[in-house]
Design a protein around this ligand. Structure first.
Ligand code: FSO
Ligand code: SF4
Length: 548
């Protein structure tokens, strides 16, 4: 087994015996086999595109199936066997269409690969392992960059999957995903070419996050400051976890008038800031639980069913697995998966029945709340006030403390960092890393809250727009703003976001809690020379350096 795609990889050296996330060597190998098959499909898809053969269905399939290989998304061998069959079927279909116009094409071994379905797909996956394929003929730094590209592409694919659900697509993004998958087999690329390709992943991810932002804001309005109850209210309940706001909207639609209250979990907290969702559904009420790594406790306690729409899913405990439902790319053996019906959305009747059969909350909890909705529109609407506060010395510095959470104790750095941020500084946050401090009372500086939740990890786009907007208002470059980025990473969406920030030339990012295992010392040195990317130190040292 070889996997080092996430931050919790064993001893920072890669998971070789068993995944720290709970992924078995068998699942890891079948995921690698899927990626191998997708690389062959990508080659054929690029040829089809040249011949103007429509590929949209295949592009969406590629995004969904890569999404399923991300950390904490899908642990189900059956799902991967099905994705592999579909990948080969799509590839052969496309080849037939291509053959109608061009009979002389020679396909690579990858594009001709045929799995043996009578034998173990996991065993075949071991031979097709990512490490075996990508390491051949390259040095350790090129291997490091190839991993950076494939892991970044996983993040990009997942965001494109979300964007297309909301009707936002750009064929150029799909083209690039296929090109990057094909490039993994190209032995002629130099180290520099690979650096450029990694940065291109960041560029395409920026475009992808922009599409997703457009999908959310056009469909549900621009987020507005909104109070979200953290205490439950009496009655039957459904919890929705993950990132997928389109699916959450569908669940709200199908549960309307059932008397069931819908709660968000994890990265769906910012969904409360979208005004059209809130106005339309009075049973869209509050948020339950904190970050993904606490779900075994949170899901067990929740007195209703839980729908997992995306990462981060942990292997469920017996005491609650029967009330868990997965949709889209998510899966776990034995867990009920709700497939999309003909209109493209799952039928949530079984979840509603489950909720009605479960106790729900028997009393209202002690009132507690947080604020969300400080996305680009809200913040940039008060840009003048912010600029004035900075000029008058009321605001000294901004910190973007965001990214992922995780179980490791060294992630306490982020809690401590925010606690130590001086009174005259403002903290912007996004993604699930916020759960380390999201319910702190941090007060206001004049009319500006000292803690502002920009949104989900993909709302890094919104944070970038805020930084660009403030830089414009101050008439300076983003790197000259009194702004420091203190980022925490965990999985491949965060890799894609980091590559976007580097593509934009953002300097001085502090990254933790540990550096990616897949970044070789030479590649890290290159990034630190060019962007001053650095590992987090202690909160005191980093605060002093940022404010110095
Ligand atoms: Fe967190 Fe998980 Fe959103 Fe990630 S819930 S860790 S970067 O999947 O995507 O922030
Ligand atoms: Fe290990 Fe992370 Fe890979 Fe899971 S996803 S096997 S924890 S590196």
């Amino acid at each position: 087994m070889f996997c080092e795609q996430c931050e919790q990889t064993a001893s920072g050296q890669g998971c070789h015996q068993w995944g720290a996330c709970g992924k078995s060597p068998e699942i890891n190998a079948i995921q690698d086999l899927l990626v191998y098959c997708l690389r062959g499909l990508a080659e054929v898809r690029l040829r089809a595109k040249e011949l103007n053969i429509p590929t949209r269905e295949i592009d969406v399939f590629i995004c969904e199936s890569i999404f399923a290989t991300m950390t904490n998304v899908n642990f189900n061998k059956k799902s991967f066997a099905e994705y592999i069959k579909q990948a080969i079927a799509h590839r052969e279909n496309l080849k037939t269409k291509i053959q109608e116009t061009n009979t002389s094409i020679q396909w690579s071994a990858l594009a001709n690969y045929q799995p043996d379905y009578t034998e173990s797909l996991s065993l075949q996956g071991e031979n097709a392992s990512l490490k075996f394929i990508t390491q051949s003929g390259s040095n350790v730094d090129i291997f490091s960059l190839k991993l950076t590209v494939i892991y970044g592409i996983k993040g990009v694919a997942s965001y494109n999957f979300h964007a297309q659900e909301l009707g936002e697509e750009d064929e150029k993004n799909y083209d690039f995903i296929a090109e990057a998958l094909v490039a993994l087999d190209n032995q002629d690329l130099t180290l520099n070419d690979w650096v450029n390709l990694a940065l291109k992943v960041g560029e395409i991810n920026l475009k992808t996050m922009e599409l997703l932002d457009a999908g959310h804001t056009k469909t549900y309005g621009h987020p507005v400051p909104t109070t979200v109850p953290l205490n439950p209210r009496t009655g039957k309940a459904i919890l929705v976890s993950g990132h997928d706001i389109r699916q959450l909207a569908e669940i709200l639609k199908q549960t309307a008038n059932t008397g069931i209250t819908v709660y968000t979990h994890g990265e769906l907290l910012p969904a409360h800031g979208y005004p059209l969702l809130k106005q339309q559904y009075s049973h869209f009420y509050g948020h339950y639980g904190t970050a993904w790594q606490n779900q075994t406790k949170d899901f067990a306690k929740f007195p209703g069913p839980v729908i997992v729409t995306t990462n981060c899913l942990m292997p469920p405990h017996e005491n609650y697995e029967d009330k868990l439902f997965s949709i889209g790319p998510v899966g776990y053996p034995g867990m009920t998966h709700l497939d999309a019906t003909t209109d493209g959305m799952p039928d949530f009747t079984s979840v509603i029945q489950k909720a009605l059969s479960m106790p729900g909350f028997t009393e209202d909890g002690e009132p507690k709340q947080v604020m969300v909705g400080f996305a680009r529109n809200t913040v940039l609407n008060v840009a003048d006030t912010v600029v004035e506060a900075v000029k008058q010395g009321k605001i000294r510095h901004f910190f973007l403390v965001g990214g992922c959470d995780g179980a490791k104790p060294d992630r306490n750095y982020y809690t401590e960092f925010v606690e130590k941020v001086p009174e005259d500084c403002v903290v912007l946050t996004l993604a699930c890393g916020k759960f380390r401090f999201f319910d702190r009372e941090m007060g206001m500086i004049g009319e500006i809250p000292r803690l502002m939740d920009v949104g989900q990890c993909n709302d890094a786009y919104s944070a970038i727009q805020i930084a660009v907007g403030l830089a414009k208002a101050f008439n300076m470059g983003v790197n000259e703003l009194p702004l420091s980025m203190i980022l925490s990473w965990y999985e491949q969406k965060a890799v894609a976001v980091l590559l976007t920030l580097l593509y934009l030339g953002i300097q001085d990012i502090r990254l933790g809690p540990t550096l990616p295992a897949f970044i070789s010392p030479n590649v890290f040195q290159l990034l630190s020379q060019k962007y001053n990317l650095q590992a987090i130190a202690t909160p005191d040292e980093d605060l002093a350096a940022c404010l110095g």
